[in-house]
Ligand binder design. Structure first.
Ligand code: KG4
Ligand code: ZN
Length: 360
């Protein structure tokens, strides 16, 4: 299966052609720099930019793939979760492209696509050999842990009850006057420093009711972390660039520690021997090092996405459809974009949610 993928869930406009779920023939990603002065993504600007750029980006991806439109077997696009107005652009374009070419259409869940991104690395083992596995999707919009026990199942284990890990880093950077997006700056400033223990809380969820039936020990709460940084800065104002860099290191360690501990708990409670990590925050050098150390200790195989596939990209979307995941046409044509499309089978039925992982 050679699949054209389309991704417009947030501020990346992306198209890619992927063969058999893993072989990336082309992947074009445009990251919208226009949001930087606003310190966050402005949905209306993002969707207008998708409208302007997507047709050209799709043509580029097909051309760069070297195979042409005639060689395509399907069109896949992110249907959710994400920003409603951004999703609408890519999803409508994909419907149009599938209708025009007569190709099947796949509706793909964005979070599950992040979990698949690790297999776009040619050095990764085949996905069918990596069960059961724990998956961590960690980005500016999402922080969720899943168990993937078999090819056709994705079971949510935990998630953030408020801010995503990337959001926590972005907000901290804003507070420290370091610009947007904050994750890469914090990563750079923290490098080579030793974190001071006990300054920031580890992201524990105080109200188990907020976890909607998921295990609170596998969920995170990062909003308190941001507040504790605010209090710390008010009582101990940083006096130098060195002080700011040290705070970045301490804060990053709290976020990374929370993520690593939850992965360890998920691995030990499920007995999974593989851990797959995707999403923009998985670029973080400290998180990568801490997970490597932890997996080596536990005898677990760590699967990390290649840096170019950590952030939002269409290759992961085409790749996931290529292994048969998503809602396939004709049912897909009846679907609207779904900004809060749940990934996996909810353990407790949540009102108005749909199961994201449906076998095609
Ligand atoms: O996956 P992504 O490109 O977009 C979504 O949010 O879906 O992730 C963006 C997030 C931002 O919060 C950004 O600060 C964070 O990923 N990020 C990082 C690093 N690079 C990007 N966080 C920590 N360390 C990094 N090196
Ligand atoms: Zn994402």
């Amino acid at each position: 299966m050679t699949i054209l993928g389309i991704e417009t869930s947030c501020d990346e406009t992306s198209a890619a052609v992927v063969r058999d779920g893993r072989e990336v023939l082309s992947c074009v990603v445009h990251t919208q720099a226009q949001h930087v002065p606003f310190g966050g993504v402005v949905p209306e600007l993002a969707s207008r930019c998708h409208v302007r750029l997507l047709p050209g980006i799709v043509e580029q991806a097909v051309e760069q793939s070297g195979v042409g439109w005639d060689a395509l077997d399907a069109v896949a696009a992110t249907r959710g979760p994400g920003l409603a107005s951004s999703l609408l652009v890519g999803w409508s374009f994909a419907k149009g492209a599938a209708l025009r070419t007569g190709l099947p259409l796949f509706a793909v869940n964005h979070i599950e696509a992040h979990l698949h991104s690790v297999f776009l690395d040619p050095a990764a083992p085949p996905p069918q050999e990596c069960f059961p596995r724990v998956g961590l999707a960690v980005s500016g919009g999402h922080t969720s842990i899943f168990l993937l026990p078999a090819p056709d199942r994705v079971i949510p284990l935990g998630r953030t009850v408020d801010d995503a890990a990337g959001e926590a880093l972005d907000k901290a950077a804003k507070l420290l006057g370091l610009g947007y997006p904050g994750g890469p700056v914090i990563d750079r400033l923290a490098r080579g420093r030793t974190p001071r223990a006990g300054i920031f809380p580890e992201g524990t969820v105080r109200d188990a009711g907020a976890c909607a039936g998921l295990d609170p020990a596998l969920c995170t709460s990062f909003s308190g972390l941001k507040t504790s940084l605010l209090h710390f800065v008010q009582t101990h104002p940083p006096r130098s660039e060195n002080d700011v860099a040290q705070l970045c290191c301490d804060y990053q360690e709290a976020v990374v520690g929370a993520l690593v501990r939850r992965c360890e708990r998920a691995l030990s409670s499920t007995g999974a021997r593989f851990l797959a990590v995707g999403g923009g925050v998985s670029l973080n050098s400290r998180l990568r090092a801490a997970l490597s150390e932890s997996c080596a200790r536990l005898g677990v195989r760590l699967l990390l996405a290649l840096p170019r596939h950590c952030g939002d990209n269409a290759a992961m979307v085409a790749g996931l459809a290529g292994i048969g995941r998503g809602v396939r046409s004709p049912a897909a044509f009846d679907l609207d974009p779904s900004p809060s499309w749940t990934c996996g089978e909810p353990t407790a039925p949540a009102a108005n949610s749909e199961t994201g992982a449906i076998r095609a």
